[in-house]
Ligand binder design. Structure first.
Ligand code: BG6
Length: 471
């Protein structure tokens, strides 16, 4: 049985749904210069906003002007919480200002108040795949230590302004995506960094991460100073990387592959660098700017809970040169975007991470991106219901059978929004269908999908409508 106060809800990120990218003083963010892509064509990162190119995040789904009706729909589904992020460039348009943009602060006041009116608790990420473009362009993003000061100033303004309205915070969304240096999306959205030709991107990545660890740890400390009740979590991308086979070498490869994901949470939860990373730095002779004061800050700013996303799993196979290589799992089906569908992986990772750290776990993203067919005013998204149902069942097993402490579940996404990786709205995740054409015409363009009622039932029974299916 789930706890009575289990936080059912839904999740989104400011840059993917708010729109209003240059309204009421908001500055451009790093995602405002990313064009539309597709499943087989990556998004371009342009030098500023170029006329004639398509930037889907500029409009998002125009939540900025529709937040009241959207939150009303979330309330109708029975949401206990709503995970969203604050657009840093709405509060500090350039990022290095002393004074915040009052209009930006007012917008989130209005959103939080609207949520609280319905008893919906906002769960807030401070940096979800965005930062002011100016900081990336003028300062080099998180390769620059100055980011720590700018971030803490921003975080402190938010903590003070929204104390009493927001209890659960997260610092950097999927901070461990940085480890994948081959995909420019990760360093750009996560840190405002584009690696240069000839630079050792891996070494830079560890430097960027270090600065973010300090910023995150300082944010934890600051939040407690503002309000002791605030809970600040890390946010990780946690998909299991199973051994490809029972060959012991593959089992070892899996450990090495998972170390790369756990490196980030090991630092944020345990407050120190793991030995396997220190050894790697020695082997590679990485020279990083890390001081004793930094290490003390990291030690004193460990997180209160673990927020994480779970979408898919993969496998690791032994590889002589790199310890391992990732190989698709032949035992699980895939979505149209090639994402492995593996509900058991959610219970697996809940167990592994809870055993590793013992902190409360918050599943702040999980969902199924699919092409939806909008017919007769709705979408019969039974595939999404099936996906979510199977995953919720695994959460129930993790709680009931394994004793994992799970705080809540906020599927991705509360409503259709722009896909982060491809910039499409067509990769839909929501319980509510958004008709972009209607939005462009100034209408709401919101329509409930079949999954809307399914989720409403799950929440109203606190998952009990599914418990007879736990095998
Ligand atoms: C997570 C991100 O990685 O996955 C979200 O935190 C993102 O921002 C989600 O939208 C799904 O990915 P995508 O690329 O399908 O939108």
């Amino acid at each position: 049985m789930l706890k009575k106060d289990f936080l059912w809800g839904g999740a989104v990120a400011a840059n993917q749904y708010e729109g209003a990218w240059n309204i009421d003083g908001k500055g451009p963010s790093v995602t405002d210069v990313m064009t539309k892509g597709s499943v087989d064509h990556p998004r371009d990162i342009t030098e500023g906003v170029i006329e004639g190119r398509e930037y889907p995040n500029h409009l998002g789904i125009d939540f900025y002007h529709h937040y009241q009706e959207d939150i009303k729909l979330f309330a109708e589904m029975g949401f206990k919480c709503f995970r969203l992020s604050i657009a840093w460039s709405r509060i500090f348009p350039r990022g290095d200002e002393k004074e915040p943009n009052e209009k930006g602060l007012e917008f989130y006041d209005a959103v939080f108040d609207e949520c609280l009116k319905y008893g919906i608790q906002p769960v807030v990420t401070l940096s979800h795949f965005e930062m002011p473009y100016y900081l990336a362009h003028e300062y080099g993003g998180w390769r620059n230590r100055k980011m720590i000061t700018f971030f803490i100033h921003y975080a402190t303004v938010c903590f003070k302004r929204y104390a009493g309205k927001v209890k659960y915070w997260m610092t950097f969304n999927e901070i461990n995506n940085l480890i994948d240096i081959d995909n420019p999306f990760n360093a750009w959205t996560g840190a405002g960094v584009l690696y240069k030709d000839g630079e050792n991107a891996e070494e830079t990545m560890y430097q960027i991460s270090h600065y973010q660890f300090i910023a995150s740890a300082l944010a934890v400390q600051e939040a407690k100073r503002v309000d002791k009740e605030m809970q600040v979590g890390c946010m990780l991308h946690f998909g299991p990387i199973y051994p490809y086979s029972c060959d012991p070498k593959d089992a070892m490869a899996s450990i090495k592959a998972m170390d790369r994901r756990f490196f980030f949470s090991d630092v944020q939860v345990r407050g120190k660098y793991p030995e396997y990373t220190k050894k790697l730095w020695q082997r590679k002779d990485f020279q990083l700017d890390i001081t004793d004061e930094d290490l003390a800050v990291i030690k004193d700013g460990t997180v209160d809970y673990i927020g994480f996303s779970y979408y898919k799993s993969t496998t690791a196979k032994f590889d002589k040169e790199n310890d391992f290589k990732e190989v698709p799992n032949p035992n699980v089906p895939k979505s149209d975007w090639g994402w492995a569908i593996d509900p058991t992986g959610l219970r697996y990772i809940l167990n592994v991470v809870y055993e590793r750290y013992g902190l409360p776990m918050f599943i702040v993203e999980n969902g199924f991106g699919a092409y939806d067919k909008f017919e007769n005013g709705t979408v019969n998204d039974n595939y999404r219901i099936e996906y979510l149902e199977k995953h919720v069942l695994e959460v129930l097993k993790a709680v009931d059978l394994d004793g994992v402490n799970v705080l809540g579940y906020t599927p991705w996404a509360a409503i259709d929004i722009i896909s982060a990786s491809t910039g499409e709205i067509e990769k839909r995740y929501g319980f509510i269908y958004v008709d972009q054409d209607e939005v462009k015409q100034g209408r709401a363009g919101r329509h409930k999908k079949a999954s809307f009622d399914w989720y409403k039932n799950v929440i109203s029974t606190n998952g009990a409508c599914l418990t007879d299916k736990v095998g």
